[in-house]
Design a protein around this ligand. Structure first.
Ligand SMILES: [Zn+2]
Ligand SMILES: [Zn+2]
Length: 245
């Protein structure tokens, strides 16, 4: 077992709100520089920069898990992680098929850049990625499992775009074994207002959209090995995992 210092919620320049300097190469190398063992790229409703980030990670010597921050039909954000880029792209295709697309206005929302692992722009995503998909919170875990992945509700302490903001509770039938709190969350208070999170793995991720917001590592999971497969099994509750946030 080893303590794996992680940040499983990071946005690249593909997210409209992600800074254009948050390229796959830059964010991976910044995360490596500050000392993370494992990170995940989780752009809004798209996995199109995951391949570049995973490749950049292979070059930098940092494990990058492909993922997505899905906006459900309840306007709740749920982070989904996958063991491979192929699995992530299968999930990505499903989400695209279950989203009503509207064009992005880069002047209003920001650019949505798809890049390779050397910062070359491959294309600009034309459809706005922050719309909700027609997928309910109660289906996300099962859907992630279809693509060999895991899912956890994002920033549950936030008063907008979180499962608790939208539904009041973390629904038991949604099957989440882990939940994410934001860096500023008062976990003691959260356990009182939402006792249903007791017994779940708590994750604290940065949700950084800018390079300068990638923090020094602080949260860890004790995993038998530092691999995406092992992480996903842990997040699916397949074995007990020690953690600290
Ligand atoms: Zn979010
Ligand atoms: Zn986010």
């Amino acid at each position: 077992m080893a303590k794996v210092y992680y940040d499983f919620h990071l946005h690249s320049c593909l997210s409209p709100c992600g800074d254009n300097d948050m390229t796959p190469y830059n964010l991976v190398n910044m995360a490596k520089f500050v000392g993370f063992d494992m990170i995940a790229l989780t752009d809004h409703n798209s996995c199109l920069n995951c391949g570049a980030a995973v490749q950049a990670g292979e070059h930098a010597g940092l494990l990058v898990v492909p993922g997505m921050e899905l906006c459900t039909e309840e306007e709740a954000h749920v982070v989904c992680l996958f063991p491979s880029v192929d699995d992530a792209m299968g999930f990505h295709a499903y989400v695209q098929e279950h989203t009503i697309h509207m064009p992005n206005d880069p002047e209003v929302f920001g650019k949505q850049l798809v890049m390779d692992d050397t910062d070359k722009v491959l294309l600009e995503e034309p459809c706005l990625l922050i719309n909700s998909a027609q997928i309910s919170v109660s289906r996300v875990v099962e859907l992630a499992h279809t693509y060999h992945g895991a899912a956890f509700p994002a920033h549950i302490d936030k008063t907008a775009y979180s499962v608790i903001a939208s539904l009041g509770v973390i629904p038991e039938d949604a099957g989440f074994s882990a939940v994410e709190v934001s860096p500023s969350a008062d976990v003691g208070l959260l356990k009182k207002t939402n006792p249903e999170i007791q017994g779940k793995i708590l994750l604290r991720n940065s949700d950084a959209h800018y390079l300068e917001h990638i923090p020094d590592p602080f949260a860890w999971l004790d995993l038998p090995e530092c691999s995406a497969e092992c992480l996903i099994e842990a997040l699916n509750g397949k074995f007990f995992v020690d953690w600290d946030i």
